[in-house]
Design a protein around this ligand. Structure first.
Ligand code: ADP
Ligand code: ASP
Ligand code: MG
Length: 445
């Protein structure tokens, strides 16, 4: 029997009508003969509202353990309501917290990592013919404390559950019709991608395309879980994310693990050579900041000490640029980007070492954004970078930093011009579709 894991995000269960609509979809899938395990997020903006409450009662910052206890309540509400709505339609359903579903994590509150997934109770419910509903984004540590997996973590719960149950497909239902060539809230003419490889999806998620939690994509790649991203508000076909395992089951599109050029996003005229790059899309990230360490002695070990100090403070560094020293006093500058939330910690760590390392100054800019063009064969095609930089220049956008990989070119810009930059590059690569993408709900936050 086909086994599906269906994950519904917050905007898909934002109110009573939405929960009923999701219940009908789940019941229809169940009636088609498939077994269904559901993962559900908190209703609408519940998680943000709970965070807001926490900061009101504890302006100095709530205890991490209590914050996780609070936030997981959001998913408990939606799982129970959805179970009730499904039962009301005559299909047996049972809800499970992360703990009951066997989601064991480490104890890093707010960003816990899964250590073991043993959904025995979920499997039993499925065997009894029930729909099993699991609260997303949560688990339990070895100390039996409740943990959360980080914002957007319900996607990871869904993929982990699909892997543990050996499901045929993990369906991610959201508020747009699939993965697009850019965030359709910024580029309304973005094209829906019909099929994409897991590697490109990983790159999109890692560089800001929040439609999928990065860890969910990593997990899907590691365990070979096919993903199908689609809207809970429509019956559109959505986007298939292809993994290196033969796809099976009635709902899958047939086995192919090769990068398949898709007509929606492939701007090449058909007579173009086979080795031309294939653009999959543009991701953007406006949650970054930039640090510049000014006047560091240009000698072996300088970069290692600067970056080491920041890494020791537990900060993840993204892009690093070191200028070659041109000054007679042999001083150079190092700039790097990092998540804006880690800005204060990084600057504090560097200021502590400023005197010892002989840095002239530490400059901080919180207002930067990153645009990433993603596709196969980019590095070996310099014309792609040229086209991208020309598009930005023509739009009057200044590039502050650049980095490249085999399948990505990223630039840092001022946050205020980031959206214009995304639109300029999107149209320069002729990724625009004729019809506008539909946004069914949510806020895109
Ligand atoms: P959910 O609440 O269902 O988890 P999210 O808000 O986390 O939904 O993710 C869906 C949103 O992701 C869309 O509404 C869209 O604004 C955004 N998004 C960002 N990049 C893309 C992209 N490349 N394709 C589609 N949606 C994207
Ligand atoms: N409710 C959590 C959040 O808003 C988890 C999720 O929706 O994936 O981040
Ligand atoms: Mg999400």
């Amino acid at each position: 029997m086909t086994l599906l894991v269906q994950k519904f995000g917050g905007s898909s269960v934002s109110d009573v009508d939405a929960i009923r609509r999701v219940a009908q979809r789940v019941v229809a899938t169940r009636e088609s003969g498939a077994s269904v395990a559901v993962v559900v997020s908190a209703m609408g903006d519940t998680t943000d509202d709970l965070l807001d409450l926490a900061s009101q009662v504890s302006p100095n910052g709530p205890a991490e353990r209590e914050l996780d206890m609070l936030l997981t309540a959001g998913e408990r509400i939606s799982m129970a309501l959805l179970a009730m709505a499904i039962s009301d339609l005559g299909t047996p359903a049972r809800s499970f917290t992360g703990q009951q579903a066997g989601m064991r994590t480490d104890s890093s509150h707010g960003r816990a990592r899964l250590l073991d997934v043993t959904p025995a109770r979920v499997a039993k419910a499925l065997q009894r013919g029930e729909v099993a509903i699991v609260a997303g984004f949560q688990g339990v540590s070895d100390e039996e404390d409740i943990t959360t997996l980080g914002r957007g973590g319900s996607d990871t719960t869904a993929v982990a559950l699909a892997a543990a149950l050996n499901a045929d497909v993990c369906e991610i239902y959201t508020d747009v019709d699939g993965l697009y060539t850019a965030d359709p809230r910024i580029v309304p003419s973005a094209s829906r991608v019909t099929r994409i490889t897991i590697e490109e999806t990983l790159e999109m998620a890692a560089h800001g395309a929040k439609i999928l939690h990065l860890r969910a994509v990593e997990y899907a790649r590691r365990f070979g879980v096919p993903l199908h991203v689609r809207s809970s508000f429509s019956d559109q076909e959505g986007t298939w994310i292809l993994v290196d395992r033969p796809l099976t089951g009635a709902q899958t599109p047939g086995p192919t693990t090769r990068h398949t050029p898709h007509s929606a996003t492939d701007p090449r005229p058909s007579e173009d050579p086979m080795e031309d790059p294939i653009i999959s899309g543009i991701a953007h990230d406006r949650s970054l900041a930039k640090v510049t360490v000014v006047g560091i002695p240009d000698r072996p070990g300088g970069a290692s000490q600067v970056i080491g100090a920041v890494a020791t403070a537990g900060v993840n560094i993204d892009m690093i640029v070191q200028n070659v020293s041109t000054s007679p006093d042999g001083l150079s500058d190092i700039s790097f980007t990092l998540p804006e939330v880690d800005g204060a910690a990084a600057v504090a760590a560097l200021r502590e070492l400023q005197h010892d390392l002989g840095m002239a100054d530490v400059l901080y800019t919180s207002h930067v954004g990153k645009l990433s063009l993603i596709g196969a064969g980019l590095r070996s095609n310099p014309a792609v970078a040229q086209r991208m930089f020309t598009a930005l220049a023509e739009a009057g956008i200044n590039i502050e930093m650049i980095s490249t990989s085999e399948i990505r070119i990223s630039v840092i810009t001022d946050q205020d011009v980031l959206e214009d930059a995304v639109r300029a590059v999107h149209s320069a690569f002729r990724l625009d579709a004729e019809a506008e993408a539909v946004i069914y709900g949510g806020t895109g936050r």
